[in-house]
Structures are given as structure tokens and as C-alpha cells.
Design a protein around this ligand. Sequence first.
Ligand code: GDP
Ligand code: MN
Length: 380
Amino acid sequence: MDLLEYQGKQFFASYGIPVSDGEATSSVDEAVAIADRIGYPVVVKAQVHTGGRGKAGGVKLAADAEECRTHATNILGLDIKGHIVEIIWVERASDIAEEYYASFTLDRSAKKYLGMLSAEGGVEIEAVAEENPDAIARIHVDPVEGLSEEACRAWVAAANLNPQATEGAVDILMKLYTAYVDGDADLVEINPLILKPTGEVHALDAKVSLDGNAIYEHPDYAQYDATQPRDEREEAANEKGLQYVGLEGSVGVIANGAGLAMSTVDVVNQVGGKPANFLDIGGGANADVMAGALEVINNDPEVKSILINIFGGITRGEEVANGILEAMKRVTIDAPIVIRLDGTNATEGRAILEPELDDKLMMEPTMLDAARRAVELAQG
Ligand code: GDP
Ligand code: MN
């Protein structure tokens, strides 16, 4: 669950990390009213689930009400990498002496948390990692031992921040670690973490991703639901009780079992195609489930072909074949379907499908052949 910047700042503030005073709104008039309350200069900031807002014109300083109105008008409705701005955050502007980078995330291969701190903040950390990897000080934290202040101090020293920033940085990083662990976050990132000319250290941006599997432990996270990006396809599939994940491609995928569904997505990629989704219909490939799956996939305008990959286990091939044919009677499918049917009673199942095959319903003997055919159809 990815938070918008202002939600991330509220999350940080609840752990005592200093952030700027501000308020979120969707209205230009309200933005000016907020700015009048806070006092000028202010920063008007686009709230979208993507970074690089500054470069895209989504972060603007306003010296007075007139400028605030102009920026709010321009930023609301702005398209930032495909995200339309519906909410803006107006905060008191800060004076910046230096911009740093700080984050905690999980390093799966090390089985430890990874903290990253750099004196080169404000820019994309990926660029720093590529061009000047030594500019990033890393610390691995054992989840059982936690982060000691001593280790945190050594980490800050290794990052070569301005000595003026040391105390403020240690304080914020200790709090950021607590927020990361106690808040069940997958990622907490401050970019930039700023040193003000007055010597204070302060979070000027917030990127927070919360662990979706821990939400039940945090009833207050329900407040973030309304602003989560929604995938209508996933919502329709969830209502039907299907295990569906929306992807960006053109080959609709239906498979039974999560492992086979993932392999199918991989094989579509392997033969040069792009899957439109992951969809696991589970064990019973009956007509109801198949019809529901086809309906969800058919409603995706990007889908140009459909790959049905079923390996019969407890479900027998003839049940699967009849399920597919019955489902096709109930739902009018626009895209051509390629079936691969194997496993228990595959021969019987294929015999049922054979007479129905045409240029809208095809069958291939192997998963690889079926994927190739589906990708060809999607591209042709
Ligand atoms: P991002 O581009 O999406 O990462 O948005 P940020 O919140 O990081 O803002 C981008 C840049 O705008 C920062 O790196 C700062 O240089 C600048 N900026 C943001 N807020 C302020 C502010 O209060 N004062 C000043 N002077 N610059 C700011
Ligand atoms: Mn930023």
C-alpha cells in the first residue's frame, strides 16, 4: 500500500519526525485559504503515486496568494507520468542549505533491513547509485537486534553529511527506523532530507509503502484506502472470488493453480509477448468459474488474445472442456482463444473441444506452442 506524500508525512509526524506544516485539498480556493493560514512563502505539491514530480512541474514555490492560485490551478489536473493530479498539498516553504537522502527497506538476500544515507539527495537515488555508488552509506540492521544509536552515529559519520546535521540526522534516522519497523512498512524514504541554514534537519518529502499483509494490525490505515490507485479489472475479479492481478500487456491469461499461472505469464514473456494479467482460477475449472474469468478478461480493452492453460489434476479434462464451451455460450468473447489442455483425461477433454475449433478457438499441444500462438494473435 503506497502512501501519497502528505499521508507519508502524517505517518512520519506520528513518530516524531519533523515535517513542514501543511494541508491537503482538491480545490484552488481552498489551497489559497490554506496558504493564507500557513503564511507565505508556501510550496504547492502534486499528490500522485509517482516520483519526479518536481521535474514534471508538480512542485512550485509561491510567494503570495496570486502565485499560489496560479500554481494550484496549473497543478490540479496535471498529468504526471500518466497520473492525473486530484489532490495537492500546500506546505510552508523551507529554506534549504543541503539536500540529503535517507531510507530503510528490506534486503532479502542479506535477511536484514537496509538503511541508505547519502549527502547527495534531492536527485534520483538510482542515478547516484549508478554514477557515484560510494556516495551512499549503507547499514545492515539485524531485525532482532534493532538499530543502536551508536551504530546509527557511525552510519551518519560514514555518509559525510555537514557536521552541523549530525545530531538532527541521528535523531530522525532513529525515529525513521522505529516508524519502519513499528509501522510495518516495506519502504520509508526521505528525499530530500534537508539541512536548513539554521542547522535543523527536516523531512521535505516522504515516500512510504506499507506492508499490505500487516494492515489488519493497524485499523487506522483504513484512512488510506480512499486514495489507493484502483484497478477496475482487479475489483471485478475480486468480486467474483478470482485470484487476479492486472498487468500491462495484451495476452489475457487463465490458468489453474498459482504456480502454473505464474509460469504461463513467464512463458508469454519468454516468447516475446506481454501478459495482460495473472489469473488463477484454482482447482475447479467449471463453467461458472471459467465464465467469470473470461468475462473479466474480455472486459479488458487491451486484451487481443486469450491463453487458457489448464493442467488437470483432480479436475478432469472433460470437465474443463465442457466448462470452457459452456462459458463461451454465456459470454461473448471478442479476442481469439488458444487452449492448452493437459493432465488427467486430457485426451477426452481435447476430443470434446476438437469439433468446436475455428479461428476464434484454437488448441495447441504444449504450453510453449500455445503461448507462441497467443502472442502471434495478439501482435497480428
Ligand atoms: P519529487 O520531485 O517528487 O521528489 O518532489 P520533492 O518533494 O522531493 O520536491 C522536489 C524538489 O523541490 C526538492 O528536491 C527541492 O529542491 C524542491 N523543494 C521542495 N520543497 C521545497 C521548499 O520548501 N523549499 C525549497 N526551497 N525547495 C523545495
Ligand atoms: Mn523527492
